[in-house]
Design a protein around this ligand. Structure first.
Ligand code: G
Ligand code: G
Ligand code: MN
Ligand code: NA
Length: 251
């Protein structure tokens, strides 16, 4: 309960911030976007990672106002990033299943896009496989609406959930993000490499984008590129960065 009170204060005192992890084109190694990752700058000075508070935010429902703050901040940054650029730079936002159980999600996102002047090409929504397994008409409808607005729906941590591949054609999914547990040993584990190749092929055959997460070595990046994986994130390119550092890197 104490954490709940602290989270409420954190929201009011604007102690949340976003870090941005670059998304890289594996062919050119150019930065083409970022994933926004939530941090809590506690008054004690400590930077608290999401695994320490997202769970409580979900349980208490505080993920709703926190999620709206995240979306608004990400949209404002996307607008600034895309000023005067020939090609869109995307900002990916993580959404909890709990946010979809709140009926206002779609209208809330729509309002934030309008209010910030953010184009839907600039924002990607990361959801988890478990959301799709909830499989209610309501969630299907919400995803259809968000997709129809032009937003890219992306499946995060792909391959780690209870994968029911049938959802790939039932839901408007445009991108798969391969979980870093698969990427981490592709260069020395033949079986892992086959799984990653299968995911990349599946995505491409279904006309979906695919992003490899957790790329830490040049060998992994080269191997993924050879496999036909177009995009990646990971410490090789950059860890999640404060906005100013991300902007400097993006150029
Ligand atoms: O950098 P890292 O420790 O931040 O992120 C850990 C996990 O926390 C991410 O994989 C993501 O699932 C979750 N997370 C990060 N930021 C957000 C956010 O803004 N909203 C939600 N719902 N989850 C987030
Ligand atoms: O949304 P998601 O569950 O994918 O969150 C990404 C998490 O993975 C963040 O906590 C981020 O800090 C972490 N991460 C990003 N790149 C790497 C990487 O190359 N190696 C490892 N070990 N972790 C990473
Ligand atoms: Mn993510
Ligand atoms: Na992930």
């Amino acid at each position: 309960r104490e954490v709940e009170t602290n989270l409420r204060f954190a929201l009011k005192k604007e102690e949340f911030l976003l870090h941005y992890q670059p998304l890289v084109d594996l062919a050119t190694r150019e930065i083409i976007g970022a994933e926004a990752l939530l941090r809590w700058q506690h008054e004690s000075g400590k930077l608290i990672m999401p695994d320490k508070f997202i769970g409580i935010a979900e349980e208490t429902g505080l993920i709703i106002p926190i999620g709206e703050w995240v979306m608004r901040s990400a949209c404002q940054v996307a607008v600034a990033l895309n000023r005067g650029r020939p090609r869109p730079v995307t900002v990916a936002v993580n959404l909890s299943t709990r946010q979809f159980l709140h009926n206002d999600l779609v209208s809330s996102i729509q309002a934030i896009l309008a209010e910030t002047g953010c184009h839907t090409d600039w924002i990607k929504l990361e959801i988890t496989e478990s959301l799709l397994l909830e499989n209610t008409d309501n969630i299907q409808r919400m995803l259809q609406s968000l997709s129809a607005m032009g937003l890219c729906i992306s499946i995060d941590d792909f391959g780690t959930g209870y994968s029911a591949l049938s959802y790939l054609h039932r839901f408007p999914v445009r991108e798969l993000k391969i979980d870093r547990s698969f990427t981490s040993d592709i260069t020395d584990n033949a079986e892992r490499a086959l799984i990653v190749q299968a995911i990349v092929s599946l995505a491409r055959n279904l006309n979906k984008n695919v992003v490899a997460e957790g790329v830490e070595t040049l060998e992994q990046a080269d191997y993924l590129h050879k496999m036909g994986c177009p995009q990646a994130q990971g410490y090789l390119f950059s860890k999640p960065l404060p906005l100013e550092q991300f902007l400097a890197l993006l150029g």
